[in-house]
Design a protein around this ligand. Structure first.
Ligand code: ZN
Length: 409
């Protein structure tokens, strides 16, 4: 028995501490300069593995109001996210025969970056987005959006008022919902008998194998493998019928879910399941050693940055992202080594990063101030960003990539 552990999927009380990231600020709580006088909320950040279903999860929860009432991540500020969304919509419309009589519901629809492509194809859409400021942006673009958290009760309400959905999309939200059984029951309730749910989330096997510890922050309660997901869906009469392993966000899974026994299960599911079994995902040894590898990455990064600073080099960071917050705070990199962070989103500019309080400036400042090095906190968009920053690099600027191992480009 682990006194702090209670698996949110299977209810087991035996859990193993995999990584302790200490007491961390909320990764998306970008401060205004006037907030510096107030205490900054901080919470423990500890990753456990369930010894029965092997679901990786945080042991300590933060009240959702603290997390989502004002959210500053607008998906449309990434070109890569928009391309990913357009390609997905362009594929699902013909594949699932969607048309004017269908209904698509997206959970955590953000600023409408994905639904807009369905809407343009003439398919009735509904977005569900708990962050009021982001839902407003979607509505201004003409996307019907409910400012709500998705729960089983809410799903039943929707079914009573408008009927079920042919396609339910939920990208990068399934790992955020602490009551995962309630969320999954909601998917089952809202889905038409022949419909599909498509979920995307960071893949825990990539996180473990590539030391992507900065994917861990309070909003991400769960880190899923197929092994851990199957019992969760089965409990609610659902089945994973296809899976795709995507490179986005350092490695994600896209799973296609249907009501159990309504369609054949694709080979991709049995193949990935077998791969996970061979890799040892359902055994403790797979997770042991992760904390040591994380410690090595953080030590390498700290040593490089401090050496460069001692040599008189100037340094900044790129990307005021949530993962950047985990990395900076756990590595202890603050104003004594990094002068500022740049970010493309005007919603973030003028604020300060959580915990370390680095000022967030527009990306153009990289060329204006020309730090010798920039730590690329959004390494998951490295290709896109390195392409955009050719002028900075041509002027002698270098990027430090922290993950999966520290390198300079
Ligand atoms: Zn469990």
């Amino acid at each position: 028995m682990s006194p702090d552990f209670h698996c949110r999927s299977c209810g087991n009380r035996e859990g193993e501490l995999i990584l302790d990231l200490g007491i961390q600020p909320l990764a998306n709580n970008l401060l205004r300069p006037e907030d510096l006088d107030k205490p900054e909320p901080r919470f423990p950040l500890r990753l456990f593995a369930c010894r029965r279903c092997w679901l990786l999860q945080l042991a300590d929860l933060v009240p959702p109001v603290e997390l989502f009432s004002e959210y500053l991540y607008f998906s449309s500020f990434s070109d890569a996210m928009l391309r990913h969304a357009e390609a997905a919509a362009g594929r699902y419309v013909p594949e699932f025969g969607l048309g004017p009589a269908s209904r698509v519901v997206e959970i955590a629809s953000n600023d409408g970056y994905l639904l807009q492509y369905f809407q343009r194809a003439g398919i009735p859409c509904l977005g569900i987005e708990p962050a009021a400021n982001i839902a407003r942006v979607a509505r201004e673009k003409g996307m019907e959006t409910l400012t709500r958290f998705f729960t089983a009760a809410m799903a039943r309400e929707l079914v009573a008022a408008r009927g079920r959905a042919d396609l339910i999309l939920a990208n990068n939200v399934f790992a955020h919902a602490p009551d995962t059984n309630d969320f999954t029951a909601g998917l089952a309730a809202l889905l038409k008998p022949t419909g599909r749910v498509i979920l995307e989330f960071p893949y825990a096997a990539d996180l473990i194998e590539r030391t992507e510890f900065d994917t861990i922050y309070h909003e991400h309660v769960f880190y899923f493998t197929l092994t851990a997901l199957r019992p969760l869906f089965e409990r609610h009469g659902l089945a994973i019928v296809r899976v795709e392993h995507l490179p986005i966000h350092g490695g994600s899974l896209r799973i296609f879910v249907a009501h159990a026994d309504t369609c054949p299960v694709d080979r991709s599911v049995t193949e990935l399941q077998a791969e996970e079994q061979r890799g040892g995902v359902a055994s403790l040894s797979y997770y042991q050693g992760f904390a040591d590898r994380v410690g090595a990455v953080v030590a390498d990064l700290g040593a490089l940055v401090r050496r460069l600073r001692a040599e008189g080099r100037s340094m900044a960071a790129y990307g005021a992202s949530a993962k950047g917050s985990t990395l900076l705070n756990f590595a202890g990199l603050g104003p004594e080594t990094l002068d500022f962070v740049v970010d493309r989103s005007p919603h973030k500019q003028g604020r300060l990063t959580p915990g370390m309080h680095l000022p967030i400036l527009p990306v153009e400042q990289l060329l204006v101030r020309r730090p010798d090095y920039a730590v690329l906190l959004t390494w998951n968009f490295a290709e896109e960003i390195l392409g955009q920053q050719q002028a900075y690099r041509a002027a002698g600027g270098r990027f430090i990539l922290p993950i999966p191992r520290v390198s300079v480009v």
